[in-house]
Write a protein that binds this ligand. Structure first.
Ligand code: SAH
Length: 254
């Protein structure tokens, strides 16, 4: 990595610290995972800015501050088994993989999943298992094996009204789930602690804007993954994370 690249990384880590991320393990994972390798060529020069960016299929890689805050809220230990819904480009997955025992991740867009898996391979992340599926249904029983319950669950797409029941059920008692909840434009990042089999303590972390959780595996019709910039721009316009840091708002497009 050249000096300029290194400076950009250090600047981002300092910015995250200034914004209130104090967990040193999380900050060090954010420094080491190459965010620039996860994003499309067209936005690589912005990879170390604290902003959400398009990743194709109308989806976005979250703003680093949000990734760091969600990861810190999970309070990970290296013994934890983590379920992630919304693999996307795999960036959040890679951060988790550095801080826990194993990550199980579900993505509804097969084409995004395939690219994310290439990244896990090239970064030699051996503790990630990712599948295409509908994460609202939780991790499926495979070859007669149940991976649930999970110590921690992270969902990077927003549930409209409440977290999917299957995810709450797959969280172990004493476990933590972090998930954005609410309709577009009015979402809150929430942290659920599972107190007993049927009761939870819930804390509001911060207002956020995420793409919605959608049912089923996505159909693969439409433009190839690198050609759907218009769709990605639409998704970005709906993310405050991007707007605040904002190229789009700065240009005066609402
Ligand atoms: N964590 C990702 C951000 C992904 S954006 C990253 O770091 O890149 C949210 C992702 O959730 C999108 O890729 C979207 O396709 C996926 N998603 C939405 N609903 C889903 C569902 N029901 N099951 C699995 N993935 C889902």
């Amino acid at each position: 990595m050249n000096t300029q690249g290194l400076n950009k990384r250090i600047r981002l880590i300092m910015e995250l610290r200034n914004k209130g991320v104090i967990d040193t393990k999380v900050l060090s994972a954010m420094e080491r995972v190459p965010r620039d390798e996860f994003v499309p060529a067209a936005v690589k020069d912005q990879a170390w800015e604290d902003m959400a960016l398009p990743i194709g299929r109308g989806q976005t890689i979250s703003q680093p501050f949000i990734v760091a805050s969600m990861t810190a809220a999970l309070d990970l230990s290296d013994r934890d088994k983590v379920l992630e819904i919304g693999t996307g480009c795999g960036y959040q997955t890679a951060i988790l993989a550095r801080l826990c025992r194993r990550v199980y991740s579900i993505e509804r867009h097969k084409i995004l999943l395939a690219r994310a898996e290439q990244m896990f391979e090239s970064l030699k992340l051996r503790n990630v298992t990712a599948i295409a599926g509908d994460g609202m249904k939780g991790w499926p029983t495979m070859h007669g094996i149940d991976q649930a319950p999970f110590d921690k669950i992270i969902c990077t797409a927003a549930a409209r009204e409440k977290p999917p029941q299957a995810l709450l059920s797959q969280l172990r008692v004493g476990g933590v789930m972090v998930i954005p909840v609410g309709p577009s434009g009015d979402q809150m990042l929430k942290r659920y602690h599972k107190d007993t089999v049927e009761s939870y303590s819930v804390r509001n972390l911060m207002p956020v804007r995420f793409v919605p959780l959608l049912p089923d595996i996505a159909s693969e019709s439409g433009a190839p993954v690198d050609d759907d910039d218009a769709e990605s721009e639409r998704a970005l316009r709906s993310t405050a994370e991007y707007g605040k840091a904002g190229r789009i708002l700065a240009e005066g497009v609402s």
